[in-house]
Design a protein around this ligand. Sequence first.
Ligand SMILES: Nc1nc2c(c(=O)[nH]1)N[C@H]1C(S)=C(S)[C@@H](COP(=O)(O)O)O[C@H]1N2
Ligand SMILES: [Mo]
Length: 310
Amino acid sequence: MLIKKPGELKAADITPQEIYLQRRDFIRAGSVLAAELLLPGVAQATARLTGIVKSRYSTSEEETPYKDVTTYNNYYEFGTDKSDPAENAHTLRTRPWTVSVEGAVKRPRVWDIDALLKAFPVEERIYRLRCVEGWSMVIPWEGFALASLIRQVEPSGSARYVEFTTLHDPAQMPGQRSAVLDWPYTEGLRLDEAMHPLTILAVGLYGQTLPNQNGAPIRVVVPWKYGFKSAKSIVRIRFVEQQPKTAWGRAAPSEYGFYSNVNPQVDHPRWSQARERRIGEFFKRKTEMFNGYGDQVAQLYQGMDLRKNF
Ligand SMILES: Nc1nc2c(c(=O)[nH]1)N[C@H]1C(S)=C(S)[C@@H](COP(=O)(O)O)O[C@H]1N2
Ligand SMILES: [Mo]
């Protein structure tokens, strides 16, 4: 058993929850500011989001520092090194920006991003994010349930899957000038996965609008799946009958399946998925089935062979 020394007590252990939460927000605001001041040359054109409600779907685990969340990224449109997106994503123009919601729906609509932000109230969801490469973070996202937007467009009976497409513009996205992936980046979910209350469209993190490197102005977050399912900077959400092709599925179909649920029992062909390193920690921890969200999502896959449907 692990016995905590006094120095390891967290504020959460010794103050009432409410005071703890206020203090945490205060510390957070300070660390966002500090990170902005300490990163000269790195684009940090974020704005504070207000009126954010806290969600009951949040984990109480320790949040990964803002600096790590915004400087250790996968966003191949801006380079393949973890530090590339923070250095290069300042060339992305996030206004004007539209998201086309189309395909097998009764009310297709091209949403202007600012209209979208006004229409759907933003709440905070502190989620674990598990990358297929074997690291993880805990990120306070600001966003809203994708289901709210889906209900609004009324999918028709033939809609069974949802496809997400990232912006395709090599002039803004230097990584798209080389064929690392078949651009644009696309991803997909089954309609019931997309409708699940845990699936969100994120527009911010740490109380601020999204930094470009994290997928500004709007990205998907699906916490029980490997991080690559959570497509960044999306311009199109399309409802389709057939399972859509995904960018990673096209690149290496035997390595990146459509479902890509976090599963410590099904290894990636080239490495184990049993453990992960939480960014900022030294020792690895065990990876949990469905990234710890099994109670909420396991029923979506009842009767399915998760080795075949990896
Ligand atoms: N368009 C696009 N979306 C993307 C990626 C990408 O390269 N391009 N990388 C994915 C991967 S592998 C991960 S782990 C997460 C990382 O999100 P974060 O940088 O905000 O933590 O974004 C995902 N979304
Ligand atoms: Mo990832």
